[in-house]
Design a protein around this ligand. Sequence first.
Ligand SMILES: [Fe+2]
Length: 187
Amino acid sequence: MKLAEWAHELAESLLADRFPDRWAHSQRVYSQALVLAPALGEDAELLAAAAIAHDVGYAREAMDTGQHMIDGAQYLRDVMGAEPRLCSIVAFHTSSPWEAAELGLSEKLDEFGPAEQELVDAITYCDLTSSPIGRLVDPTQRLIEVLDRYGPEHVVFRAVSAARPELLNRVERVQQRQAMALQQRFN
Ligand SMILES: [Fe+2]
């Protein structure tokens, strides 16, 4: 079975029934990953697999540290035997390093390093262009929505506030890479 297909079945079994909104979100993140295929070349399949599985750390089966990016990566590595690069993308997606720092989990996160910048940029782009219920959304609006949802006392609020400039830089880098890839394709 191909990697993305395998990850799709796994994520569906962990999220679809118990977390329908998160599953709808994950499916949108997956379809955004497919859109980025021209910019990713050989890593397109890997990104698609990471995209559909990026939030499996919210599933009860995966919960451990309480940081869903680490819990998801750990579950994929230790229970499912997934390949290190897939686990790494899940571990480092979006605001993970900032959240890990807030929670004293940076060392644990580093088990999944080093992060591959292009792939982390790409998964972050996919995550931030997908709303919590799976609609396409502007990344700036998405970050405002996250901050509103958690409120200033929450660790996610502090992490996302600190991460925001770099997260938006990632989105911009991905848009540039995608534009270049599409230009090359049609030249
Ligand atoms: Fe997500």
